[in-house]
Design a protein around this ligand. Structure first.
Ligand code: CA
Length: 243
């Protein structure tokens, strides 16, 4: 049986751009869904489980930033942001908020289609992760994807889950941004220390590990990150990989 074509949700208030994007996505072999504002878009996200979202930032009512935040609260779906603004700060804000790519209007449709292709290809997989993990602060059960930190259940997005799992599996070892990209995003060709940086910031915040000096996820400036082995765990055999 053939896989159904990927579904691309287009959240854009300008009807001409929205319809044109819909046609382009259809021609590229995808199933387009169109939403004229953020609320309609979020509803479509819940109901139709698309594979990718193209999100306009300049939306009436709830703007694209808020829509992005709400998407990221529940989903790790690739999000491509469309904006009329080409400022560097806006790109950083987009990545910081969890967008995967950024296209500035006016854009070439071929370029946009190529970026959509790339993002869908880049979809992270859980390949290469086969060990559960436990130490005195973190417990990870791979099969149920359950994570407990400090004895509390935490809900992580798929990328956050793989990021944490990659770090703890290499506890005590410094991983470069590129290594982390490869492990947690399954994307060895990707560049973008920023993507790692902002994902680490979100993960730390979620786990209550914000304080950089005491955070179990330690930054190694200009290079990458290391998951600290606590002294209480070191040499006691508490750290275990459960195959
Ligand atoms: Ca708009």
């Amino acid at each position: 049986m053939q896989n159904p074509p990927p579904v691309v949700l287009i959240i854009e208030d300008d009807p001409d751009i929205r319809h044109l994007l819909g046609i382009r996505m259809k021609l590229a072999g995808y199933t387009p869904l169109q939403a004229e504002d953020g609320l309609v878009g979020l509803r479509a996200l819940h109901e139709s489980h698309p594979d990718l979202v193209i999100l306009d930032i300049g939306l009436p009512g709830m703007d694209g930033w808020e829509v992005l935040q709400r998407i990221r609260d529940v989903s790790d779906i690739p999000v491509l942001i469309l904006s009329a603004r080409g400022l560097e700060a806006e790109k950083v804000r987009g990545l910081q908020s969890g967008a995967d790519d950024y296209v500035t209007k006016p854009f070439g449709h071929q370029e946009l289609v190529a970026r959509v292709h790339a993002l869908l290809r880049r979809q992270p997989t859980a390949a290469g992760f086969d060990d559960d993990y436990r130490d005195s602060q973190v417990e990870i059960d791979l099969r149920s994807r359950a994570v407990r930190v400090g004895g509390n259940d935490v809900q992580l997005t798929p990328v956050e889950f793989r990021l944490l799992h990659s770090l703890v599996q290499h506890a005590g070892q410094v991983l470069s941004n590129d290594q982390i990209l490869e492990l947690a995003w399954d994307d060895p060709t990707a560049t973008g220390g920023n993507r790692v940086k902002f994902a680490v910031l979100r993960l730390r915040r979620k786990l209550g590990w914000d304080d950089a000096s005491s955070s179990p996820i330690e930054s190694v400036r200009g290079f990458g990150y290391r998951y600290r082995i606590l002294e209480s765990d070191a040499g006691t055999g508490t750290v275990s990989m459960i195959g």
